[in-house]
Design a protein around this ligand. Structure first.
Ligand SMILES: O=C(CO)[C@@H](O)[C@H](O)COP(=O)(O)O
Ligand SMILES: [Fe+2]
Length: 222
């Protein structure tokens, strides 16, 4: 099963409710919400207050991508705001194992994101505790960047690690995904596809979701 997670970073922030309704109706599986602090990444986006407001208008699962330093300070706040899944950047966690336990103890699903330069081996001793690994296929901080092709090898290697340990860990890929490259990313082993510009900058966003999903699926799945 291939899942589509639209990133609201590329949506019209003056009309977030409308954008969310659109992706819900288009059958998207979760909403990817990029939280940036201006320290871990050179950009600042939204925080728990906005997430809490959005939680009141939609039931779609919230996939919160924390690009912040010291994420351990804010986990409970994001859970209270309505997070269903929290992903932290491995590079931002001094005690990665501890923060994974912290997120799990709230009952939320847990993911760990790897920057393009971070090797998959970083996760060797925590992989069995995760629901998801997020392979960043751009350097985090901005939407609309170009997909870094080296990410494909990381996806393949992670898939092999997961299969070798017989784990049920999903691979999510985030950054620069579009109609032209989603199939090869899927073939490499990705399960969940984050797409911001490819959906929200399209003149026909509902169609864009449909095409992305079809292109991510194999012949037999279509
Ligand atoms: O986390 C990030 C960027 O740091 C992403 O979620 C982007 O928001 C994806 O946007 P596109 O590359 O699909 O435009
Ligand atoms: Fe993201």
């Amino acid at each position: 099963m291939k899942l589509i997670a639209p990133s609201i970073l590329a949506a019209d922030f003056a009309n977030l409710n409308k954008s969310i309704k659109m992706v819900e109706e288009a059958g998207c599986d979760m909403l990817h919400i990029d939280v940036m602090d201006g320290r871990f990444v050179p950009n600042i986006t939204i925080g728990p207050v906005v997430i809490e407001s959005l939680r009141k208008v939609t039931g779609i699962p919230f996939d919160i991508h924390l690009m912040i330093v010291e994420p351990e300070k804010y986990i409970e706040t994001f859970i209270e705001a309505g997070a269903d899944m929290i992903t932290v950047q491995a590079e931002a966690c001094v005690h990665l194992d501890r923060i994974i336990q912290q997120i799990k103890s709230t009952g939320a699903k847990v993911g760990v994101a790897l920057n393009p330069s971070t090797p998959e081996h970083m996760l060797e001793y925590v992989l069995d505790q995760l629901d998801m690994v997020l392979v960043m296929s751009v350097n985090p901080g901005f939407g609309g960047q170009e997909f870094i092709n080296g990410s494909l090898r990381k996806i393949t290697n992670l898939k092999a690690m997961i299969e070798q340990k017989s784990l049920n860990v999903k691979i999510q890929v985030d950054g620069g995904i579009n109609q032209n490259n989603i199939n090869k990313i899927s073939q490499a082993g990705a399960d969940i596809f984050v797409a911001g510009s490819a959906i929200f900058n399209s003149t026909k966003p509902t169609e864009a979701v449909k095409h992305l999903r079809a292109a991510a699926m194999s012949e037999e799945e279509r």
